[in-house]
Design a protein around this ligand. Structure first.
Ligand SMILES: [Zn+2]
Length: 349
């Protein structure tokens, strides 16, 4: 009788622990208190559009040239991470239909973790786009059977021209993570051979992490796909609007976000700051249904508060954009915060 009783209590205890963890994953912060980007969502005089499609996936267009960062649409579940990962063709097709994407000039990959690079070559193949990123990303493309002439390994600091967009990959860094997550995601490691799914999550190693600068006659855009930085990475560059990853900021020391801001949007003088990569990317990309990451994984309000304070300090404003929403703007239609010179003079030397 005694062993049976222990087994019974063991099962009850395990059930309780699993239940509590499941419950904790349901607790989510709300992004609703943060001000929404005030610009009209119809084009008008604005010549550029940026749609945020979750994670660090942004569709950028001037009507003639269409660029996509990452293109992560499979949004695998948390439990799927325990097995082998594969791109989900249905979700990729649905997302491209939702965003009205037929052809793309390039898919620009900010680093090679699964939530950035898993789908990128499949999206590139479907849209006849170049796949641009690190050598690790090129190996993800090779594993998907992409032709060599469509694989562009970024030369950091050297612009690539797509239509009127000048695209520059700049050497940057990933947001610091715990040693356990580092080990699971191959931080600081590269993908050295063609990677063909299905494969376990740890095969999508970081590769190189980049800041992206998209310069256009109608406005310059900075994209920081992971909340890391290299000191001085953007010195000498300018941007009008910055899309910056916020996930993980809440787990860094308080001074980190200020350093991050100083080396990203503040360095470029961008006055409009829009956080990205805060959505729960383990759920499908459904308009209106996407929530912030569970509180257990990310403290959105701390990350946003720090980013908002840093934006104000450097003469910029932080605005919220919801996943699947589109901004239409030109340099001249963006909300004005302070004169550019005043902003520059507030920078910490
Ligand atoms: Zn990553």
């Amino acid at each position: 009788m005694q062993p049976l009783r222990w087994i019974k209590w063991g099962l009850v205890a395990t059930g309780l622990i699993v239940g509590i963890i499941a419950l904790l994953f349901q607790l989510r912060p709300s992004a609703a208190q943060w001000p929404h980007f005030p610009a009209p969502t119809t084009s008008g005089d604005a010549r550029l559009s940026v749609s945020w499609l979750g994670t660090s996936t942004l569709l950028i267009s001037d009507g003639n040239t269409h660029l996509l960062t990452d293109g992560y649409f499979s949004r695998v579940s948390k439990t799927a991470l325990l097995g082998n990962l594969s791109p989900n063709p249905t979700r990729i097709n649905d997302a491209l239909t939702l965003a009205r994407v037929e052809t793309l000039d390039a898919v620009l990959v900010v680093h090679s973790h699964f939530d950035h690079a898993l789908d990128a070559p499949w999206v590139a193949l479907k849209t006849n786009a170049d796949l641009v990123g690190s050598e690790s990303t090129a190996n993800v493309g090779r594993g998907a059977g992409m032709p060599e002439e469509k694989l562009i390994v970024a030369d950091t600091g050297k612009p690539i021209q797509y239509g009127d967009f000048k695209v520059t990959f700049l050497h940057s860094a990933h947001v610091p993570q715990s040693p356990a997550i580092d080990a699971l995601t191959g931080m600081g490691e590269t993908i050295d051979a063609p990677l063909t799914p299905p494969a376990p999550v740890q095969e999508w190693k970081e590769g190189e992490s980049y800041a992206l600068l998209l310069e256009h006659p109608q406005g310059d855009i900075l994209i920081q796909g992971s909340a890391g930085f290299v000191e001085g990475q953007l010195d000498g560059y300018q941007a009008d609007i910055a899309f910056v990853s916020s996930v993980g900021l809440s787990r860094q020391p308080a001074s980190y976000t200020d350093d991050y801001a100083r080396n990203t949007f503040a360095a470029t003088g961008a006055q409009i700051v829009i956080p990205i990569h805060w959505d729960d990317f383990f759920t499908p990309l459904e308009p209106g249904a996407i929530k912030p990451l569970p509180r257990l994984m990310e403290d959105l309000n701390t990350s946003f508060s720090q980013l908002d304070a840093a934006a104000k300090k450097y003469g910029a404003r932080m605005y919220r954009l919801e996943p699947t929403q589109t901004l239409h703007f030109s340099r001249n239609t963006l909300p004005k915060v302070t004169p550019k010179n005043a902003l520059r003079s507030t920078r910490t030397p």
